[in-house]
Design a protein around this ligand. Structure first.
Ligand SMILES: Cc1cc2nc3c(=O)[nH]c(=O)nc-3n(C[C@H](O)[C@H](O)[C@H](O)COP(=O)(O)OP(=O)(O)OC[C@H]3O[C@@H](n4cnc5c(N)ncnc54)[C@H](O)[C@@H]3O)c2cc1C
Length: 472
């Protein structure tokens, strides 16, 4: 239900008391950008956008919202792709809590390889800050200039370096967060070892704003690897891509990225960049973008692994380079794909429909074939790409007419193959109704119990990660 004008005004007045008038946005044009997501597919109206500047201000804001019964949608960079960072059309009495002002970046500790950052600091800002100490962030992806560390923790983001370092949850050495009742929890000590019951980083990583608002993170860092080599490899198909990935991981210790680009995706991105196809692939072929990074030159390791008979059998052609400009060009084929898809969707007027899934590697080819058949049946265009070592493929459907039917076909096939309906983007609201495909009734009851304990009013990100309470 919408708030009565009196309730709305009283909440806004209290929010202004808590964080100051410049940080409570109520005008339509000021709120607009916070009310629609990156894909243009999800969004809804909010009562106000509040931008607290400290953990204490967040701790003041949340109980206020609870007192008035307002839902709270936490928003970082608003680059999430599953509709979780924007208000729901069905919950109009919503406050968007933006972490934009929680963007402080502390001094990195080069001995501990850690840095404390505000949840609203972007990946790129943290990367640039720690570079002077020869340190780097272990999680990286194309939305780095806007996506925040808090958002990446809340979604347990993946990206291109997972093959080497794992997902975001592995890099949270400590966290500070605020629960719905205003309690501040967690620690930023960054202790590499502690066994003392409930572990807040584990609980909050991947919780998508449903259990609390993350305000600060003690982030693990990795060394900068100055020597890099990049290859774009055309292979004979998805099984070949999986084989190549496995061999390279065995033979080349400096593997940093193994990215999958299907021919439809390569055609789209080269068109977007105004370039020609860098390599030809035969029908049914695929591309793998390989990035190596090391303290010493990784070129010899890479070229000899590509020439190895165990890998050469699946390789159709390859470009290998250590030249910075050429590397950048090759990497752009992957880095600018999501942007190319968004541009195409905006030109056609139908928002892209995205499914981010993962299956065991030996089921990847079968899954992509099912996804292509679903596109053809709908008259849609499928643009598949992903992270090959994790069996993670992003299925981007353009010009769709029946997204429900595509989701039902593809996500059921994913679950049947023993995969997951969300590899790295989260469940959000986009996939909430499909959660029972991969989580049993018992698991969903347990999740609900945790959520009810931490947020009894169920005000934090309603609808996200929520297929409804399973029957007893
Ligand atoms: C071009 C592009 C490329 C991308 N590539 C990848 C990729 O390779 N890998 C990948 O994993 N993702 C990718 N994404 C998706 C997205 O960038 C990530 O999900 C990212 O982690 C979201 O961060 P954000 O700050 O934008 O969060 P938002 O979009 O603002 O929020 C995402 C979710 O996290 C919650 N949240 C945000 N901040 C907090 C907080 N401080 N406390 C509690 N909850 C919070 C929100 O409520 C929401 O549910 C891509 C997106 C784009 C647009």
């Amino acid at each position: 239900m919408p708030a009565t004008p009196a309730k709305h005004d009283a909440l806004v007045a209290d929010l202004i008391d808590a964080v100051g008038a410049p940080h409570v946005l109520v005008d339509d044009d000021e709120r607009a950008g916070y009310e629609i997501d990156w894909t243009g597919r999800y969004g809804g109206p909010c009562t106000a956008v509040v931008r607290p500047g400290s953990t204490n201000e967040v701790a003041a804001v949340l109980p206020l919202c609870a007192r008035y019964g307002a839902c709270v949608v936490t928003q970082g960079g608003n680059t999430g792709l599953v509709g979780g960072s924007v208000p729901r059309p069905t919950a109009p009495f919503t406050v968007v809590l933006s972490t934009q002002r929680l963007d402080a970046i502390g001094e990195a500790d080069p001995d501990a390889l850690q840095v404390t950052v505000g949840a609203g600091a972007t990946l790129a800002a943290v990367r640039d800050r720690v570079a002077a100490l020869d340190l780097d962030i272990p999680v990286d992806f194309a939305a780095r200039d806007s996506a925040t560390i808090g958002g990446a923790v809340a979604t347990n983001a993946g990206g291109s370096r997972v093959v080497r370092f794992g997902t975001m949850r592995h890099h949270v050495a400590g966290v500070r967060a605020v629960l719905a009742d205003g309690s501040v929890v967690g620690s930023l000590a960054g202790l590499p070892k502690e066994t003392a019951g409930l572990h807040w980083p584990s609980l909050l990583a991947g919780s998508e704003g449903t259990l609390g608002v993350i305000t600060e993170i003690r982030l693990r860092l990795v060394p900068t690897f100055a020597n890099t080599a990049t290859a774009l490899v055309a292979v004979d198909g998805l099984s070949g891509a999986a084989r190549l990935a496995g061999r390279l991981r065995c033979e080349v210790p400096s593997i940093d990225q193994l990215e999958l680009i299907e021919p439809e995706a390569m055609r789209l991105v080269t068109g977007h960049l105004g370039r020609s196809m860098p390599l030809a692939v035969p029908p049914g072929g695929s591309y793998v973008l390989v990035e190596c990074a090391d303290r010493r030159d990784p070129l010899d390791d890479l070229t000899s692994a590509l020439a190895d008979p165990a890998t050469a059998g699946v390789i159709v052609d390859a470009l290998v380079t250590t030249d910075a400009a050429q590397r950048r060009q090759l990497i752009e084929h992957r880095d600018r794909l999501t942007e190319a898809i968004a541009a195409d969707a905006s030109a056609s007027g139908t928002p892209v429909f995205k499914l981010d899934v993962a299956v065991p590697l030996d089921r990847l080819a079968e899954l992509v074939s099912i996804a292509r058949t679903a596109a053809a049946a709908d008259g849609a265009r499928l643009i598949p790409f992903g992270h090959v070592a994790e069996g993670n493929v992003h299925l981007n459907y353009l010009d769709t007419s029946d997204t429900e039917r595509i989701a039902a076909t593809v996500l059921t096939a994913v679950a049947d193959a023993g995969g997951t309906i969300s590899a790295e983007h989260g469940i959000g609201i986009a996939k909430a109704r499909w959660l029972p495909l991969i989580r049993s009734a018992g698991e969903r009851r347990a999740s609900n119990a945790v959520r009810a304990a931490l947020d009894p009013g169920r005000l934090l990100n309603p609808g996200v990660l929520d297929p409804g309470v399973p029957e007893a």
